[in-house]
Design a protein around this ligand. Sequence first.
Ligand code: DGJ
Length: 537
Amino acid sequence: MHPLPRVAQQDGRYALLVDGAPYLMLGAQSNNSSDWPATLPQVWAAIEYLHANTLETPIYWEQFEPRPGQFDYSQVDLLLAQARQRDVHLVLLWFGTWKNGSQHYMPDWMKLDPKRYFHVLNKDGEYVDSPSPLCTASLEEDKKAFTALMNHLKEVDPERTVLMVQVENEAGTWGGTIRDHSPEANKLFHAPVPPEVLKAMRKKWAPATANWEAVFGPEAEVYFHAWAIAKYVGQVAAAGKAVYPLPMYVNAALHDPLTAEVPVTYESGGPTDNVIPIWKAEAPAIDIEAPDIYLPGTKQYLRTLEVYHRSDNPLFVPETMGSPLAARFFFSALGLQAIGYSPFGLDYTRTRRALPGQADAKNAFLDPTAQNYRLIAPMMREIAKLNFEGKLQATAEQDDESPQILHFGNWDAVVTYQFRRRPMENADQKHEPLGRALVAQLGANKFLVSGMDCVVDFRPAGTPEQQKGGGVVFGTGQEPSAKIDGNWVHRQFLRVELGQYVKGVFQFERILNGDQTDYGLRFTSEPEVLHVSLATY
Ligand code: DGJ
């Protein structure tokens, strides 16, 4: 019997333990309607092409409980069998009461009884396309169905093929209204804020009789809706966890982390960064609040990673874009000890038109993610372990190509991105920020170094005034140096080994020297891993 997967915490860092050791989910999420016997072959083919180790795919309530109380386990069983054949793990997405804010995945016998399984009401007393979190009839049905799913997994999955379960999908309410305006909701909205919410939102000074508007002003409605939904989802999760305690998470349709967004224009009530404490307080059975990142800007993307990487919340990116420019952010997430990463919609069920100059439209959509995973998959366990131990740092190129310094005790790793603009090559080519780098300390003077579209060099540690070199050096004759105790100390490469990880062991292939190291350690889009030993003179 394999131990249960679990989220572990050590010295402020998190890891997902699978078979008792840190594991990095190299994930891909299928399209919404791909989890059917007819389409799974197109999903698995993509997973294999990607070198992904985990498939995220939905369990549809409408398929799972076609008649009240009758559960159909056939699709779950098929998924488990096919995943095991391919040695791939699963994250199951419970498309239950909420899917992108609506109740579209409720079984038809629920959809046909909207009086009993009612929606949210807007200010004008009209129903909107979103389930009410105050509907106890829906809550009880969801708890029953989710518990049946977890119970079944407990019985049929001693291999722990399923690593985690997502409870609902992007719960919340889009447009139309920020919260439920039913008489019951209105009563609660005008009643005192529950003490656990005051505590979570650090409003302990508020009088115990103060209502939501009095305490939270313009944000009262969104906080109230988050409270109501978190309470509901928390109960669904707790019911399932009581029978089978797999790690569980919720995913958020984001709000822009760089602006307050008041009044609310985003999906209200979900685990957006501004209400994570409310979710933590009301849904303790949920281990992780996770961002679905589709924001367009580099700054917004990086800020989102930061706000979900909290001392009480491991970073996990269950959905994001698989585009060439976004692929580099996988490394930014690794730099914040992400336990997993999973671009959305990476299967072959959607036909794609080739863009001009694209030979292979079928895989163009997968290639940026495949590049990342081809590099990391052979050393996934080592990367996860080094990260959990606090020995790994990773980063991605900013829009302005600025260099980045990663500090490691006596050494600084200097990451630069300008080498693709060498004067006589590609002079008129537009520079796109694609760079990413990863450095992990293996010993006092020994590092694992990898990346793409970047140059990594090392410099003895010191303040900027006491350092020179490291960065773009085309034949400067100057190796990166630092002034230590009044003397200039220069970095030299003792040995730079190129190799690859096979079953957890670094297999040496050749030594790099001369042009391959004199200008820093240059990485292209090839999956290359170096072991670098440094010395000084
Ligand atoms: C976020 C949702 O969680 C996914 O299920 C999917 O609908 C994407 N948005 C959009 O493609």
